[in-house]
Design a protein around this ligand. Structure first.
Ligand code: GUN
Length: 283
C-alpha cells in the first residue's frame, strides 16, 4: 500500500482564503480582527514562529501587534502589557509565545490573558470548556489536525485512535477532541508499557512526541491514518517529523508530510480563533 498524502499546505491555503474573506466583511462593518503577539527572549525557533504568525495576519487582512522583551525581562512588565491588551477593545486575540524564560511562571502568564482573547486556547477556563464539550477557543495544533481529518474524509466516529504524547499544547487537547468526535482514544507517552501494541491496533495515529522518526511503518496497522505533529531538526539541518515517512507511507492509507503537513494548519487555526474572537466582540 502507498499512502495518500494529506497536503496541509493546500488545506491551509483554502481555509485561509475563507478566513480572509470573512475578515474583510467584518472589517467593512467596522471591526478589523487584531492579534497581539508577545515574544520574550531570543529563542530562534520562537522568533521564526512569531514572524510567521504576524505575516499570516497581514496576509489575511488582520491587524497585528508585536511586543518583544529581552530574555531577562521582569514578569511584571509582561503582565502589565497583558493587562493593557486585555483592556484594549481593538485587540481581539493575545498570544504569548512559549517557552518563556526561567523567571516566568508560565501558568500565571497564560491565566492573566482574558479567556475571551485567549486565541491559543491555553487558559484553564478554555481548556475546561473543551473538556466539557462546550464552546471555547480550541488549541490551534490539535484543532488543525481535526480539520485535516475532516478534509481528508477520515471517519473519526468509532475509530480506534492513539495519541502519542501528553503535552498540554497538543497531546491532551488532541485526545479530548478525538474523544468528542466519537473515537475510542488511547494516550501513549514515555511511560507507556506496550506502545507498539497500542499503535498496532490504531486506525488513527497522532504522533506528538518530539522524537525524530519515532513511529516506523512496522508499528502500524495496514491502512492506518497517520498524522505527524513533530517538527525535529536533524544534525544535518534537515527537518523531519516524529514519523519515519519512508516506511510509514508504505503501510498507511493516509499520511501527513513534514514539512507541509500539520505545521501550516496551526497558524491557520490561530487566524480562525482570532477571527472568532473578533466576531464575538462585534456581536
Ligand atoms: N510554542 C510552541 N507552540 C506554541 C503555540 O502553539 N502557541 C504558543 N503561544 N507558543 C507555542
Amino acid at each position: 500500500m502507498t499512502a495518500r498524502i494529506l497536503d496541509g499546505k493546500a488545506i491551509a491555503e483554502q481555509v485561509r482564503e475563507d478566513i480572509a474573506l470573512k475578515a474583510a466583511q467584518l472589517t467593512a462593518q467596522g471591526t478589523q480582527p487584531c492579534l497581539a503577539v508577545i515574544l520574550v527572549g531570543s529563542d530562534p525557533a520562537s522568533a521564526v514562529y512569531v514572524r510567521n504568525k504576524v505575516a499570516a495576519c497581514e496576509k489575511a487582512g488582520f491587524r497585528s501587534l508585536k511586543f518583544e522583551y529581552a530574555a531577562d525581562a521582569q514578569p511584571e512588565t509582561v503582565l502589565a502589557k497583558i493587562a493593557e491588551l486585555n483592556a484594549d477593545a481593538s485587540v481581539h486575540g493575545i498570544l504569548v509565545q512559549l517557552p518563556l524564560p526561567k523567571q516566568f511562571d508560565e501558568e500565571a502568564v497564560l491565566e492573566a490573558i482574558d479567556p475571551a482573547k485567549d486565541v491559543d486556547g491555553f487558559h484553564a477556563e478554555n481548556f475546561g470548556m473543551l473538556l466539557q464539550g462546550r464552546e471555547s477557543f480550541y488549541p490551534c495544533t490539535p484543532w488543525g489536525v481535526m480539520k485535516m481529518l475532516e478534509v481528508g474524509g477520515v471517519q473519526v466516529q468509532g475509530a480506534d485512535a492513539v495519541v502519542i504524547g501528553r503535552s498540554n499544547i497538543v497531546g491532551k487537547p488532541m485526545a479530548v477532541m478525538l474523544l468528542s468526535a466519537g473515537a475510542t482514544v488511547t494516550v501513549c507517552h514515555s511511560k507507556t508499557k506496550d506502545l507498539a501494541g497500542h499503535v498496532k491496533r490504531a486506525d488513527i495515529v497522532v504522533a506528538a512526541v518530539g522524537r525524530p522518526n519515532f513511529v516506523t511503518g512496522d508499528m502500524l496497522k495496514p491502512g492506518a491514518v497517520v498524522i505527524d505533529v513533530g517538527i525535529n531538526r536533524l544534525p544535518s539541518g534537515k527537518l523531519c517529523g516524529d514519523v519515519d515517512f519512508e516506511s510509514a507511507s508504505q503501510v498507511a492509507s493516509l499520511i501527513t508530510p513534514v514539512p507541509g503537513g500539520v505545521g501550516p494548519m496551526t497558524i491557520t487555526m490561530l487566524l480562525g480563533n482570532t477571527l472568532l474572537a473578533a466576531q464575538r466582540a462585534a456581536a
